[in-house]
Design a protein around this ligand. Structure first.
Ligand code: GDP
Length: 295
């Protein structure tokens, strides 16, 4: 994960090796390399600039502490800025409501269906919840089948209305059924398209209006870098979602989406998905991610 970025950052810290103290000159050289590393990682340009300006300011400000070596000081400053860039602290999902209604949105292929099942599994095993999965992608029978198969694997029921092409009605009915059956979390997997399209947006908005979710999670493929960030922005403008789920982090060598999304969209990353298996799901902790990035 993020190997390229880790390597590049490591190289930029080497500039300070052997230097007795941080100076305007060596810090400028170092942050220039850090900025290049971030841009290469597909971090949004403005985000990279603000980040490195802040790193420079803090490194120069901390230079009074002669006890620590410039290289170490820089690693600490970058670490702290990475944590803050990614949101500071882990953010929980909102489990209020009876049942809690969670709406899952995103483009086709982003990993929505897989994540829906992973989330159900997580809430069942870690939070003692009794979830109901809802197959809302009425246009792709394969998607409904996929959710059913996943539901079976984790022993979580999957709600469908065979033959229905009304995802709003399905979502509403699912909430009613969950209430009657004491299922306290309803996870609604919605239809995606390969690119943003007006009909898909209208449909998700209508589902949102019909079931008033406690939590709307936007799922995005981290490997798509700045495209992921732009897609997030468009979905957020329409849905005002509560959190981001970054998928396929196991295949992401660059890290641009993870680093930019919070700053650009101002919504927390709540989960990361790191594989196809149903237990490959982690709560997103900015500090742990910063540790990993710095190797
Ligand atoms: P949807 O169209 O948004 O519902 O996407 P799917 O859940 O069907 O996922 C699309 C493909 O990505 C499937 O082959 C999944 O197995 C795969 N996938 C989903 N999440 C991950 C992940 O975190 N890592 C990897 N490597 N593959 C994933």
């Amino acid at each position: 994960m993020f190997e390229n970025l880790t390597d590049r950052l490591e190289r930029s810290f080497k500039i300070l090796k052997g230097e007795g103290k941080i100076t305007e000159i060596n810090v400028a050289e170092t942050v220039k390399e850090i900025r290049k590393a971030l841009i290469e990682a597909d971090v949004n340009y403005k985000v990279a600039k603000t980040f490195t300006d802040e790193v420079k300011r803090k490194a120069l400000g901390m230079n009074v502490l002669n006890a620590i070596k410039p290289g170490q000081l820089m690693v600490k400053v970058v670490h702290d800025e990475l944590v803050s860039l990614m949101g500071g602290q882990a953010t929980d999902i909102n489990l209020a409501g009876n049942p809690t209604v969670i709406l899952i949105a995103g483009l086709q292929g982003s990993g929505k269906t897989t994540f829906s099942a992973k989330l159900a599994n997580h809430l069942k095993n870690k939070k003692g919840k009794s979830p109901l999965l809802v197959a809302g992608d009425v246009y792709r029978p394969a998607a409904i089948e996929q959710l059913k198969v996943l539901g079976q694997q984790i022993n979580v029921p999957v709600f469908t209305i065979p033959g229905s092409n009304d995802p709003i009605g399905i979502a509403r009915e699912a909430v009613r059924v969950a209430k009657n059956n004491n299922q306290n979390v309803v996870i609604i997997d919605t239809a995606g398209r390969l690119a943003i399209d007006e009909e898909m947006m209208k449909e998700v908005e209508a589902i949102k209006k019909a079931v008033s979710p406690n939590e709307i999670l936007f799922v995005v493929d981290s490997m798509t870098g700045q495209d992921a960030v732009n897609t997030a922005k468009e979905f957020n403008d329409r849905l005002n979602f509560d959190g981001v789920v970054l998928t396929k982090l196991d295949g992401d060598t660059r890290g641009g989406a993870a680093l930019s999304i919070r700053a650009v969209v101002d919504k927390p990353i709540k989960f990361v998905s790191t594989g196809e298996k149903l237990d490959a799901l982690d709560i997103f902790h900015p500090d742990r991610m910063a540790d990993r990035i710095l190797g």
